[in-house]
Write a protein that binds this ligand. Structure first.
Ligand SMILES: [Zn+2]
Length: 195
């Protein structure tokens, strides 16, 4: 008798699952199946996205990440806004030729990120935090001070000077042991000879 009953016990769970949705029409059940498939597909997509996020962990500078004119235009609008709004003396203004100087592009892109985060923090806190004050003290005014150091940024309203090109790293100065031949006899091999 128990042999007969056992299959029923196993079926019971399966039956109860389908019974749970028995109040649904055939069409609704079909939709439920489709929904399950869509959910599975979305999960696969999320996994793929998570994998691509891991790829983003490879550091790439602003210039490498922004290879279309619109991105540069957006930064140019912000730089012009900065020059117009802060009305600094000429020697502290960002020179018009900034896009020709990669170092300055990186600095400006970083400064704008910092500005953006500070503005958003300020808005979120209904101006009860010091995000903008901190931006001015820790980022913007030190930046203006650096612009004055002509040994760093030599261009101004009077003209553009190309960045000085330096020789690349001389690989001849790499430590010699890096290039030790791999087929050098191992000490272990010499031991049997002495015995
Ligand atoms: Zn220049």
């Amino acid at each position: 008798m128990s042999d007969v009953e056992n299959p029923h016990v196993e079926d019971e769970q399966e039956f109860s699952e389908s019974e749970a949705y028995s109040y649904l029409s055939a069409q609704e059940q079909e939709l439920l199946v489709q929904l399950t498939e869509i959910t599975a597909e979305h999960e696969a997509r999320i996994t793929a996205l998570e994998d691509s996020v891991d790829e983003d962990k490879i550091p790439r500078d602003w210039i490498s990440r922004h290879q279309n004119p619109d991105d540069w235009e957006e930064l140019a609008v912000w730089v012009d806004w900065l020059n117009d709004n802060y009305s600094m003396p000429d020697e502290m203004r960002v020179p018009a030729c900034w896009p020709a100087h990669p170092g300055l592009v990186h600095v400006l892109a970083g400064l704008r990120s910092s500005w953006r985060n500070s503005v958003l923090a300020d808005m979120a806190s209904k101006e009860r935090q010091n995000a903008m004050a901190a931006f001015h003290d820790y980022h913007l005014f030190p930046f203006f001070a650096r612009m004055q150091q002509k040994q760093m940024f030599r261009c101004n309203a009077n003209g553009h000077k190309e960045d000085v090109r330096h020789a690349p790293t001389d690989r001849a100065y790499f430590p010699e042991y890096l290039f030790a031949p791999l087929d050098e006899p191992e000490p272990e091999e010499e031991t049997p000879v002495t015995q």
